[in-house]
Design a protein around this ligand. Structure first.
Ligand SMILES: [Zn+2]
Length: 305
């Protein structure tokens, strides 16, 4: 959803709250603590003195708000700003930096950073279907990302400062990217086993010999870039290479100081959006749904590493 339509659909905080409640309680409000379906609306004030809408359960008397226990938990930011942030992140094909998001919506870098991470948490795939399947081809490849060291100028990189990322893609379909500490068989094999459907017909890799021990010979489609270029045949790892290059272009443009600890969260966000290309009109709704269904992400948890 673009910002114009968003502002039309949710012109005020009231509209945004009504929508959020509909998403959270499609069958009508129920108590978060005992499940009772009679709750009274009471107006109270938050720490900064602003009015806060709180519900009180008629049975257990516990109080809660529409955002209690969700990824919006404890946020003082208006919902209309949250909705704008979700829309911007859902639309940004290559990602959007916290600094840019903060400038667009009007919030400090620190707030924007935290907002981005909470939305990213909503964009994390949980137990996705394995990639591939009967009659399908899956591509496997790896790449280095990140690695700009501060104080040495942009573009100054060392291999050791970069993080190795393993990529698996259904040809023409979904992708999975995750950081790995090495390309040793004992690290890669469990990932391939978990992420690739055993019925997959072909598994394509580049010419590297490291995959010979990991992929059964009858399924293995080993590419040769130089030969493919010469004969004009399409590159065998087109989908996964496309995903890597899109992620890196976003990385270069947006995240100059990406920490390797957070890399998997950024990769998760990227895959979530990439795997929903063509579903653009629904991405905002899907993200919002996860924002209210998933548990809070405390700030402390993000900075503790
Ligand atoms: Zn109750």
């Amino acid at each position: 959803m673009n910002l114009y339509n968003l502002a039309k659909q949710f012109p005020s905080e009231e509209h945004a709250l009504a929508h959020l409640m509909k998403v959270r309680w499609p069958g009508g409000i129920t108590c978060l603590y005992c499940g009772h379906d009679k709750c009274w609306l009471t107006e109270s004030k938050n720490k900064s003195g602003k009015p806060r809408r709180v519900f009180q359960c008629a049975k257990c008397k516990m109080q809660f708000s529409a955002t209690t226990g969700t990824l919006f938990h404890d946020s003082h930011l208006p919902l209309t700003k949250w909705f704008a942030a979700i829309a911007l992140m859902a639309e940004a094909k290559k990602g959007i930096s916290a600094a840019q998001l903060g400038r667009h919506i009007g919030m400090t870098y620190k707030t924007a950073w935290y907002v981005c991470h909470r939305i990213r948490e909503a964009m994390r795939e949980i137990d996705p279907e394995p990639l591939g399947g009967k009659g399908k081809t899956v591509e496997v490849d790896e790449s280095f990302v990140g690695g700009t060291e501060s104080g040495k100028g942009r573009g100054w990189t060392t291999q050791s400062a970069k993080v190795r990322v393993l990529g698996i893609a259904e040809r023409g379909g979904r992708v999975h990217l995750q950081s790995v500490s090495s390309l040793k068989n004992e690290e890669i094999k469990p990932i391939l086993d978990a992420k690739i459907d055993p019925e997959t017909e072909k598994i394509a890799t580049d010419g590297a010999t490291r995959y010979l021990a990991l992929i059964p010979a009858e399924k293995h489609e080993r590419g040769n870039h130089a030969k493919e270029k010469k004969t004009g045949k399409p590159i065998s790892n087109q989908t996964i290479e496309g995903a890597f290059s899109l992620f890196k272009r976003g990385l270069i443009g947006q995240y100059h100081q990406l920490s390797s600890w957070h890399l998997d969260r950024y990769l998760g966000e990227f895959c979530w959006r990439f795997n929903r290309r063509g579903m653009q009109p629904w991405i905002f709704g899907m993200t919002l749904n996860n924002m209210v269904c998933r548990r809070p992400l405390p700030y402390k948890k993000l900075i503790e590493f």
